[in-house]
Design a protein around this ligand. Structure first.
Ligand code: MN
Length: 288
């Protein structure tokens, strides 16, 4: 039975709002290299309001911001400043350390808008923990789109369904948004899964049937091996996974193979010893 667990979302406060945390989970710390996954929104952002996540550090991971609605401006200590719109990929490879902020752009603050998406963290292999940080942006129309038996699969990162994403990765993984077309009442469509040792499936609009088990919206179905998934449509499903990298320490925004690396990065942030984020004036202090 390849379906090994179904993870329910936990509500977590973030800034002025809240998110649904899907990973890590105490009984399932990771799926492939994915060690963190938050579902965001959809949340209304009335005129005059916006998202403001001030500068904070990361090590030992790559972050991926995917928006389904709304927009954000990313700034980081490599000097990158990049607006992200729905369907695009912002990929930040932290390596030995990077600081960044994410804020609503001015045009989004001026109007009644909304925001929805997912924030994922992928652990880096031990050999890449001291990499120089880098940032990549890939527009939605620069990413592979595959028709898989009537399901439109947008491949965001890694390899799957015979395609390769242009995002620079350093370990085998897959991350995709699958769009199941409308089906007649009572009907469903099969979602062909990519070939990976660990797979997580997160239905966004309607329950998904995985190996005969109903997986509710915003839950993670974890498969350790090949499995089957079918869904009524319309539905969108996040597909994530790949080869696991072994256990990681995780504290605040820091991911590492050892506690010593976490402690060293904590001291560096406390001592304001990360490179500055150009254009950013606020920083989130190290938690007590
Ligand atoms: Mn971050």
């Amino acid at each position: 039975m390849p379906l090994t667990s179904v993870i329910a979302p936990r509500i977590r406060p973030v800034g002025a709002g809240e998110v649904r945390r899907l990973l890590p989970y105490r009984e399932r710390r990771s799926v492939g290299p994915f060690v963190f996954l938050d579902r965001i929104g959809p949340d209304p952002l009335p005129a005059g309001s916006g998202i403001d996540v001030a500068a904070h550090p990361h090590i030992g991971l790559a972050t991926l911001t995917l928006l389904l609605e709304g927009a954000l401006v990313h700034r980081d200590s490599t000097g990158a400043e990049q607006r992200i719109d729905p369907g695009a990929v912002n990929w930040m490879h932290a390596g030995r350390g990077v600081a960044h902020s994410e804020r609503s752009p001015d045009d989004e603050r001026a109007a009644d808008t909304s925001i929805a998406g997912a924030q994922a963290w992928v652990a880096l292999p031990a050999a890449h923990e001291d990499d120089d940080p880098f940032f990549e942006h890939h527009a939605a129309d620069a990413l592979p789109v595959v028709d898989v038996g009537g399901v439109t699969v947008r491949l965001l990162v890694g390899e799957g369904w015979g395609e390769t994403s242009p995002v620079t990765t350093v370990s085998p993984m897959v991350y995709a948004l699958a769009e199941v077309p409308p089906t007649p009442a009572g009907g469903s469509t099969a979602l062909t899964l990519p070939d990976a040792p660990e797979i997580g499936l997160v239905p966004l609009d309607a329950p998904l049937d995985v190996d005969g088990t109903e997986v509710p919206v915003d839950h993670v179905a974890v498969l350790d091996g090949p499995g089957s998934a079918t869904s009524p449509g319309p539905n969108r499903v996040l597909v994530l996974g790949g080869e696991p990298l072994g256990p990681r320490r995780m504290w605040w925004n820091l991911v590492a193979t050892t506690q010593e690396r976490i402690d060293a990065a904590s001291r560096r942030w406390r001592d304001d010893d990360f490179d500055p984020v150009p254009g950013e004036t606020e920083r989130i202090p190290l938690p007590e």
